[in-house]
Design a protein around this ligand. Structure first.
Ligand code: T46
Length: 141
């Protein structure tokens, strides 16, 4: 889907467990300016409901499982994140919702910029309007 893709990180697995390195400059298509994580999300809770105007992010479910709905005016996809060695790259102008957090799931996010509420579009109608201008029909297939 446009502005969204999965990234497979190197997974060093041995009998002592897993180790997943993520290196700036090679594994991540932007300079990491911020890291945050979402945890202890109760059953039935749905988060997100917004898009970013400029921010690019990579979501990694480092423990457990979570579903991510990504959406443009013309496309929609549901992606399950259940591997600590897999990232979901979401670039600008993508509506997202995160739900079905498994008990104990931890969603780590790498972001291309510092937190700025001005970069959020939290109203879906406003999002549709701005996204149609941004994609200009280029998100149709
Ligand atoms: C996103 C998804 C995947 C901060 O103070 N600093 C921060 O860096 C962030 C991300 C949030 N906040 C504050 C703003 C709110 O008062 O934390 C509170 C919860 O944020 P929000 O409701 O935006 O959380 P989610 O889970 O809906 O969305 C978050 C990110 O905000 C967003 O960028 O793409 O995770």
């Amino acid at each position: 889907m446009i502005n969204v893709n999965k990234i497979q990180f190197k997974d060093n697995t041995d009998r002592y467990g897993h180790l997943t390195p993520i290196e700036g400059g090679s594994d991540i298509p932007f300079d990491i300016q911020r890291v945050y994580y979402i945890s202890d999300v109760e059953e039935g809770v749905r988060r997100g409901f917004h898009s970013h105007r400029r921010l690019k992010q990579i979501l990694i479910c480092v423990h457990g499982k979570v579903k991510i709905l990504v959406k443009t005016p013309a496309q929609e996809e549901i992606i399950t994140l259940d591997s600590a060695s897999q990232g979901l790259y979401i670039a600008e102008m993508i509506w997202r919702e995160m739900y079905d957090f498994e008990d104990g799931a931890v969603l780590l996010v790498l972001a291309s910029d510092h937190y700025s509420e001005d970069d959020y579009i939290r109203d879906y109608e406003q999002y549709e309007q701005e996204a149609k201008e941004y994609f200009g029909g280029g998100d149709c297939g």
